[in-house]
Design a binder for this molecule. Structure first.
Ligand code: LMR
Length: 397
């Protein structure tokens, strides 16, 4: 059996890390996978996480299984982070949250659930979107289509094309929206645009699946939740896939959540019973370490304040690097106006470099970025590598 297999293609994002590790060039730069790095190029563990982790370890008295849906205290903490304490969706019992292995796990559970509970529905993805989205949903046997989102000429969200496309999606289909810090473009709707989007989604009877992986890294926790709040105000049914990889720095702990918003408490209970089967047949039940950290931080006012400050520092550094990139590219003689980099939100910059330019950066300069749109992990840029990076970009332009 195995000798007949062809070599599979490496993952377009994580596969680059393996190629980077093997590159002997001392000047190599890895700007591929979305992992926060500080000014020294390290990926720190937030202090609030460290404190919560030691507390959780000291208090832990069993390694028995968690429930299939995860720790109920975690589910409650996630709902309160998403919607805010006392939100009618939460107090009315209309939400059901399951703990998942990362945001990707949440998306896959959602995909499997949609496939069985809502057969025939197509899932609509933005063009462009995270390179793994189509693959996760194909693995769940869902049909996918794309909707217009971005104008490559002006390097902006093409709001008219976006809303026109949403208005043509058949009723009952599921539309994946990026909650904030759109991956890969970094271009999000404004608060008023989110309200328009929510109205279209409601009027067309679409079911939103919000991929919410970067809360706090765009403009702030409340600001980054504007899309979710706009949808929650008018939508009866929705999915929210949360990830705490980036804002808690818990990448390798694989901690995320899938939250369903339903019309009634009864609906939530029945929907949850199907989610439990999906989870049990995929990975049985979730790991506990990440959820105990997130729950401890979210429920302790001091740790929570410390964590929010730490996320603010990440956000401030990323925004500072955006400006540094724009200035340095100009100083190094780039003819193109790169000022849009400073307007993008979150961890990524969609530079607009062509696949040939991306290849040249890797082959000639050992600079690793994602091929689609020349996506750069802005957080990987430091005072030390910015000159070499910008000179190399100018050379391949
Ligand atoms: C990314 O887009 O780089 C991150 O979401 C990490 C990943 O798993 O691809």
């Amino acid at each position: 059996m195995f000798d007949k297999l062809e070599q599979a293609l490496p993952d377009p994002i994580l596969g680059l890390a393996a190629a980077f590790a093997e590159d002997p060039n001392p000047q190599k730069i890895n700007l591929s996978v979305g992992v926060y790095k500080d000014a020294d190029g390290n990926t720190p563990i937030p202090n609030a996480v460290k404190t919560a982790e030691s507390r959780a370890l000291a208090d832990e008295d069993t390694k028995s299984y968690l429930p299939i849906s995860g720790d109920p205290a975690y589910g409650a903490a996630v709902q309160s982070l998403l919607f805010g304490d006392g939100h009618p969706i939460v107090s009315g019992g209309r939400a059901a949250t399951v703990q998942t292995p990362g945001g990707t796990g949440a998306l896959r559970v959602a995909g499997d659930f949609i496939h069985t509970a809502h057969p025939g529905a197509t899932l609509w993805l933005s063009d462009p979107t995270w390179a793994n989205h189509p693959k996760v949903f194909a693995a769940a046997h869902l049909a996918t289509e794309t909707y217009s989102y971005y104008d490559n000429e002006s390097n902006k969200l093409d709001f008219k094309a976006f809303t026109d496309a949403l208005s043509k999606i058949p009723a009952g289909d599921v539309v994946l929206l990026h909650g904030c810090c759109h991956n890969p473009t970094g271009m999000d709707p404004s608060a008023s645009q989110w309200e328009e989007v929510a109205d279209i989604v409601r009027n067309r009877s679409l079911i939103p699946l919000l991929d919410f992986a970067y809360q706090g890294l765009g403009d702030g926790f409340a600001e980054d939740g504007r899309g979710l709040q706009a949808l929650a105000a008018v939508i009866d049914e929705m999915f929210v896939a949360s990830s705490f990889s980036k804002n808690f720095g818990l990448y390798r702990e694989r901690i995320g959540a899938l939250t369903l918003v339903t019309r009634s408490k009864d609906d939530a209970g029945r929907a949850l019973s199907h989610l439990l089967i999906t989870i049990r047949t995929n990975y049985s039940n979730p790991p506990a370490h990440g959820s105990s950290i997130v729950t401890t931080v979210l429920n302790d006012p001091d740790l929570r304040a410390e964590w929010e400050d730490e996320v603010k520092s990440m956000r401030d550094r990323i925004n500072g690097v955006r400006k540094l990139l724009v200035d340095t590219l100009e100083r190094k003689g780039a003819k193109r106006d790169f000022s849009y980099i400073a307007r993008q939100k979150g961890m990524f910059s969609y530079t607009g470099l062509t696949p040939e330019q991306v290849d040249a950066l890797r082959e000639e300069y050992s600079i690793y970025i994602v091929k689609t749109g020349g996506r750069i992990n802005v957080a990987g840029v430091t005072g030390e590598n910015v000159d070499y990076l910008c000179e190399s970009i100018v050379n391949v332009l």
